[in-house]
Write a new protein. Structure first.
Length: 621
């Protein structure tokens, strides 16, 4: 192969979607590529012409115009043009003009079509359906699925459980456990409902105390059981075991034992230090130690992103660390100020409630107190708890909320009846201030305390939001406040970094993930659906038939791609020693990422248009 062809082959091997093509195909393409040069203003392709080539821009840039003269898009180095006409039979449907002196690699139409037919990934990349292109891009960005243990669920690590009736003699149980190499057995009555558990420790106690080996196993079993569900995160399992000094925990689904998980299983599944961090957090003796541990969170984020994990799993993992810190602070606070005099629920809002945190963020929290609350008797206690936790979170990098949405604010530390009144007002009189609070407090999760206080409230709230079309319309109008950053020329709308930097970039939070979060929240509230996490909300929306499943899948792919670009940007900043933000400069992205990011934003924009029509949002704008 001549030197010129080797240079062409080397460039092709770096371009999407030709990366990782077999060597013989790269050789074939390089041998058949011709060069095309066009000067500024030249018509590279014109509407109605017969096209027999696909062009890869090697240098320069082009504008593409629709038949009515409207600018469709602007493309530069690494982008492709001409493939649509080739795939449709050859007739050019849009005019391509050189924006500057440009060099193209031209691939013959027949060879291009053979390439598309031979490789599904290439076919998806050039698909006319942006949804297929997005799916392909996500697969290419993700690579291998190397999951960190903190993102695994209990069902990924659990083992089959040995079930024993409680009237079986101790000796017989020991024999069965030896034969099956089990270190724990779940004790039942006459079904698979767990009534107790025995481990090697119990058998040592039989010997140490001189108990008879023909006793029924039910006489020596541990009766107080802690259980997990198959869908619980592995980090939750570790936290439970650490807190109560457990070695084995039954896994129960619908009151039926489906497996057992051990501390050994958890450690065997360990592939990242994040899981140890969660364990260390729960044993931290003071706030200073928590603050020290929290400094490691940015590096954990980098590690998870480098493993190419789905954005939802990264969010769950990072949130596990934040919620572990908050829970440890609550335990410390109750240790210092005493047991709560009345039931209460410490609730979190926003990204922590949705389990979608990335780097450190500001704190959004509150307290729902039992209606037995009496200010004179109980006020000082709960103020002290709230201040201890809020100060501790701030020390750990979860800074005070600029809007003062914290349990330290008397407004957000109230009895259940007062919270009922708040939601009643927000739903029935959805004014701007009410809508601001709605976007925060309709994403709530109980982190500590009496969970039923929040569950009862949420059940009532969902019943009201499902029935109130006025509230839905206002929420839809409010959700249109942030639109994807696509402007004229299919270019990106850039915003200035609010942290003081003069640099501009796409705001991947407010213009990227927030529009999808708002969409999912609205459709969930309108459907009376319970999930809080955005991915889970989208699935529930599809399951309930509130929106067509294919539309939901397109929206999920768009959300995943946008979220992944945001996470990769933050990871790069952390590695450079910078504070992570949400402003992504377009020049930081590859041509693949820019192209598919536009696809993702257009999917979201289309869904916003559908939301406007469905909920009559435009009447309030």
């Amino acid at each position: 192969m001549e030197l010129e062809q080797l240079k062409v082959r080397s460039y092709l091997a770096k371009c999407s979607p030709l990366k990782d093509l077999p060597a013989e195909w790269l050789d074939k393409l390089a041998a058949n590529v011709t060069f095309q040069c066009n000067g500024i203003g030249d018509a590279v392709m014109s509407i109605g012409e017969q096209n027999d080539r696909v062009l890869l821009i090697r240098r320069g840039a082009v504008d593409v115009f629709l038949e009515n003269g409207e600018l469709y898009g602007r493309f530069s180095k690494g982008d492709w043009v001409g493939y649509r006409s080739v795939m449709r039979g050859g007739v050019v449907g849009m005019t391509v003009k050189a924006l500057e002196d440009s060099l193209f690699f031209a691939i013959p139409a027949a060879l291009f079509l053979e390439l598309v037919d031979s490789f599904e990934r290439v076919s998806q990349y050039f698909s006319e359906r942006k949804q297929e292109r997005l799916r392909s891009a996500i697969q290419e960005m993700r690579g291998s699925d190397n999951y960190a243990m903190i993102t695994l669920h209990v069902q990924d690590l659990m083992k089959p459980a040995l079930l024993i009736r409680k009237d079986v003699p101790v000796q017989a149980v020991a024999q069965q456990m030896t034969e099956t190499k089990s270190r724990a057995a779940i004790i039942t009555e006459d079904d698979s409902t767990p009534h107790g558990m025995v481990t090697d420790t119990d058998f040592r106690r039989v010997i140490a105390q001189g108990l008879r080996i023909d006793l029924p196993i039910g006489d020596i079993m541990t009766r107080k059981l802690y259980t997990l569900s198959p869908n619980d995160q592995a980090s939750e399992a570790l936290l439970l075991m650490t807190r109560f000094n457990l070695r084995h925990v039954p896994v129960v689904n619908n009151n039926e034992v489906v497996g057992v998980i051990s501390a050994t299983d958890l450690l065997r599944g360990q592939s990242h230090n994040a899981i140890y961090m969660v364990g260390d957090i729960f044993t931290a003796p003071d706030v200073a130690r928590l603050a020290e541990l929290s400094k490691g969170l940015p590096n954990v984020l980098v590690g998870l992103v480098k493993q190419n994990l789905p954005a939802n799993d990264v969010g769950h993992a990072i949130t596990s660390i934040g919620q572990a810190i908050a829970r440890r602070l609550l335990v410390m606070a109750e240790g210092q100020f005493g047991k709560p005099p009345i039931p209460y629920a410490f609730i979190v809002a926003g990204s922590m409630a949705r389990r979608e945190q990335t780097a450190h963020s500001d704190q959004d929290n509150g307290m729902i107190l039992s209606d037995a609350y009496n200010e004179a008797e109980h006020g000082e206690y709960f103020r002290s708890i709230a201040k201890f936790v809020s100060d501790g979170l701030n020390a750990c990098g979860y800074v005070y909320c600029p809007g003062n949405v914290m349990a330290t604010n008397d407004q957000w530390r109230q009895p259940l009846s007062v919270w009922r009144g708040y939601f009643e007002t927000w739903i029935n009189r959805p004014e701007p201030q009410a809508l601001m609070y709605a976007s925060i407090f309709f994403d709530l999760r109980c982190l500590h305390g009496e969970e039923s206080l929040l569950n009862d409230l949420q059940e009532e709230v969902l019943h009201k939001t499902k029935a109130s079309t006025l509230f839905q319309a206002f929420m839809a109008s409010n959700a249109l406040g942030f639109k994807p950053p696509i402007g004229f020329f299919r270019g990106f709308v850039l915003d200035k970094d609010k942290d003081g930097s003069d640099e501009k970039g796409m705001d991947m939070k407010k213009r990227g993930v927030v529009p999808v979060i708002d969409l999912a929240r609205l459709y969930s509230l309108a459907g009376g659906l319970r999930p809080i996490n955005t991915w889970e909300r989208l699935e529930a929306i599809a399951e309930a038939g509130v929106m067509n499943r294919s539309m939901i899948e397109d929206l999920r792919d768009a959300f995943e791609f946008i979220s992944t670009v945001r996470l990769q940007h933050q990871a790069k900043q952390i590695e450079k020693g910078l504070k992570p933000n949400n402003y992504v400069p377009p020049e930081e992205l590859s041509s693949l990422e820019r192209r598919h990011l536009k696809d993702a934003f257009e999917v979201v924009s289309s869904m916003q248009d559908g939301m406007t029509t469905r909920y009559k949002a435009d009447q309030f704008r």
